[in-house]
Design a protein around this ligand. Structure first.
Ligand SMILES: Cc1ncc(COP(=O)(O)O)c(C=O)c1O
Length: 437
C-alpha cells in the first residue's frame, strides 16, 4: 500500500476539527439566557491549584458575595457543583432520612421535581396541588402542615413553568411554629425578584446561574441556616481516605443514617468550604470564576436595583405583548418579574412562530410544559437580557412573524406600548425623585 495516501478521515473527525462557533442568538426564553460578557471573560481566566491561596480567597469571597445576594448572614453559603438541580438534590438528600415526612406544595413543573427528588431520597412525600398559574395561601399550607406533620416543607419560589411565584414571607414563621425545616428553590427568581433568606426564615435555599444571575448553568449557589446545618451535621460521616482521627463515621444501622450521596454530602462540602478545607472534591474552578462574577455584578449594581430592572423590563414586555393584542396567562398578582407566559393565538402554530423567530431574527422564546404545552409561549427578560433594546427587538420581531403567519395583531402595538410604558416609568421616577428632594 502506498504510505503517502492518507485514508479519508471519518466524518466525525471532520466535524470535531471545527472550532465551536455557535450562531448569534438572543435568548429570550425562560432561561438559559445570554451570559453577561463579563461573566464569560471571568470564565476564561487560567486555572490555579485547588488550595492555592488565591483559590481559597476566591472561595471565601464567593461566600461573602452570595450572602449579600441571598440577603443572609448564614455562614454556610457556598456553591454546589452542577446545575440547579444539583443544588436541590444536595439540599434534599443531605436533610432527608429515609422515612422522613416531606410536604411539597406543587403549582408547576418544578414542584413535581422536588417531589420526585424527595421520593428518591426515601421520604414519605405529601403533596398539595394548586392549578398552574395560581399559588397557595399561607392558610392552605399551614393546614397541610398540621395534617401531615412534615419534617421538611419543600417549595419552589418562582416556577418558570407557570411564571408565578409562591409568596414565602409568611411561611418561615409557620415552619418555625410547627418545627418544620423550610427548603426553597429560588433558581428562577433570585436576582430578579425579592428573596429575603433571613427575614423570611428560609432554612435551605438553592439557585442556579442561568436566569437572573446572568451566567451559564453549571453552578448552584446555596445557603443554609444554623437549623439546617445542625440537621445536616448530625449525619456527618467523613469518607475513608480523607478522614482524620476523631472524625465521625456513621453506620447505616445507627440512629442517624449517613447521607445517601457522597458527591452531594453537604456535611463534607461544608468542611471543604470551611477552615478544615476537607479534600472532598476538586472545585469546578471555571464555574466558580463565573459564579463569583455573577454575584459581584449583582452586588455592584445593588440587589434592589437589579430587582427593579427586572420589574421594569418585565413590565415593558408584558405591556408590549398586551399592546399587540395578545393575552397573558396566570394570576398577575403573583407574576414573576422575569418571565411572561402569553397565549398563542388560535390561528398560528406555536412551534412555527418560534422557528421563524429563531431562523429569521435569531431570537429564541420558550415553549411550555404539561397543561400549558402548545397553549402559551414563555418570554423571559432576565439577567443580562433584562434590557430595553432586547424587549423592543423581541416585540418588533414577534409582530412581524405573527403578521406573516396570518395572526391579527395591532400594527406597531407591541413596540409602541412598551415605549409608552418606559416613558411612564421615567415620569414616575422623576416624580419620586422630586418628592424626595
Ligand atoms: C425553578 C427551577 N428549578 C429548577 C430548575 C432546574 O434547573 P437545571 O436545569 O439548571 O438543573 C429550573 C430550570 O429551569 C427552574 O426554573
Amino acid at each position: 500500500m502506498n504510505q503517502n495516501i492518507r485514508s479519508p478521515r471519518p466524518r466525525s473527525a471532520l466535524i470535531a476539527s471545527q472550532p465551536i462557533n455557535p450562531p448569534a442568538r438572543l435568548l429570550m426564553g425562560p432561561g438559559p439566557i445570554n451570559a453577561d460578557p463579563r461573566v464569560l471573560r471571568a470564565m476564561s481566566a487560567q486555572l490555579v491549584g485547588q488550595y492555592d491561596p488565591s483559590m481559597t480567597a476566591y472561595m471565601n469571597e464567593t461566600m461573602s458575595l452570595y450572602r449579600e445576594v441571598f440577603h443572609t448572614e448564614n455562614e454556610q453559603t457556598l456553591l454546589i457543583d452542577g446545575t440547579s438541580r444539583a443544588g436541590i438534590e444536595a439540599a434534599l438528600v443531605s436533610m432527608i432520612e429515609p422515612g422522613d415526612r416531606v410536604l411539597v406544595p406543587v403549582f408547576g413543573r418544578f414542584g413535581h421535581l422536588l417531589r420526585e427528588i424527595a421520593e428518591r431520597c426515601g421520604a414519605e412525600v405529601h403533596v398539595i396541588e394548586a392549578e398552574w398559574g395560581t399559588v397557595f395561601t399561607p392558610e392552605q399550607i399551614e393546614r397541610a402542615i398540621i395534617e401531615t406533620r412534615p419534617k421538611i416543607l419543600a417549595v419552589v419560589h418562582g416556577d418558570t413553568s407557570t411564571t408565578v411565584a409562591q409568596p414565602l414571607d409568611e411561611l418561615g414563621a409557620l415552619c418555625r411554629a410547627h418545627d418544620v425545616i423550610f427548603y426553597t428553590d429560588v433558581t428562577a427568581s433570585l436576582g430578579g425578584n425579592t428573596v429575603e433568606t433571613d427575614a423570611w426564615g428560609l432554612d435551605a435555599v438553592t439557585a442556579g446561574l442561568q436566569k437572573c444571575l446572568g451566567g451559564p448553568s453549571g453552578s448552584a449557589p446555596a445557603t443554609f441556616s444554623a437549623r439546617a446545618v445542625e440537621l445536616i451535621d448530625s449525619r456527618k460521616s467523613i469518607e475513608a481516605g480523607i478522614r482524620s482521627a476523631g472524625d465521625p463515621v456513621l453506620s447505616s444501622f445507627g440512629s442517624a443514617t449517613p447521607i445517601r450521596s457522597n458527591y452531594f454530602d453537604l456535611s463534607m462540602i461544608f468542611d471543604y468550604w470551611g477552615p478544615k478545607r476537607l479534600n472532598h472534591h476538586t472545585e469546578a474552578t471555571t464555574m466558580l470564576y463565573g459564579a463569583r462574577e455573577c454575584a459581584r455584578l449583582l452586588v455592584d449594581e445593588g440587589i434592589e436595583n437589579a430587582v427593579e430592572r427586572h420589574r421594569m423590563h418585565g413590565g415593558a414586555m408584558l405591556e408590549g405583548l398586551r399592546g399587540l393584542g395578545l393575552s397573558i396567562f396566570g394570576d398577575s398578582r403573583y407574576k414573576m418579574n422575569n418571565v411572561t407566559a402569553v397565549y398563542i393565538p388560535d390561528s398560528v402554530s406555536g412551534d412555527g412562530v418560534r422557528g421563524e423567530l429563531l431562523d429569521d431574527f435569531g431570537i429564541e422564546i420558550g415553549t411550555s410544559f404539561g397543561p400549558l404545552h402548545g397553549k402559551v409561549w414563555r418570554i423571559g427578560t432576565m439577567g443580562y437580557n433584562a434590557r430595553k433594546d432586547t424587549v423592543l427587538t423581541t416585540l418588533a420581531a414577534l409582530e412581524q412573524v405573527l403578521r406573516r403567519a396570518g395572526a391579527h395583531v395591532t400594527p406597531g402595538g407591541g413596540v409602541g406600548t412598551a415605549y409608552d410604558f418606559y416613558a411612564d416609568q421615567a415620569t414616575e421616577a422623576e416624580l419620586a425623585a422630586s418628592v424626595a428632594l
